[in-house]
Design a protein around this ligand. Sequence first.
Ligand code: GUN
Length: 166
Amino acid sequence: MTAGEIISMLRLEAHPEGGYFTETYRSGESVARAHLPSRYGGNRPFGTAIYYLLTPDSFSSMHRLSSDEIFHFYLGDPVELLELHPDGRGEIILLGSGLAKGMAPQAVVPAGVWQGARLVPGGTYALLGTTVAPGFDFGDFEIGVRAALIERHSSSAELITALTRE
Ligand code: GUN
């Protein structure tokens, strides 16, 4: 199977921050803003899910969300997921099916942690899913700026440079 075949079979579209996606689930019920932490600017669905595809010429740009996000590995080649924590710690999680090689089929990015992802160089595609609760809303999304991230997380400078556009 090729990335192009997966894009057409699952009807994926270009994600604004890189890669290809389609939303597969958005709960029909929501939590009122008054019952959410103050960082949320409105009501939010209980949860959302997407398919997310990475290809050699795409990556997920460094960003952070107001909600925890859980990644699920489905098919293809391994992915490096960079997490930059508020305490300054940088962490690279290998998403994939190679358990014996230290890969994880699932990973959590806590709310407020900077995250970005790409194929481990040499891979051809990876099909992932992500689930977010309370559900995804662009109002809860903040894009990372390279210079500011590197200033705070200098030991991850090389990967930050690869995972930012400006
Ligand atoms: N719309 C654009 N990006 C996303 C995302 O990451 N998740 C969901 N659920 N919807 C989106």
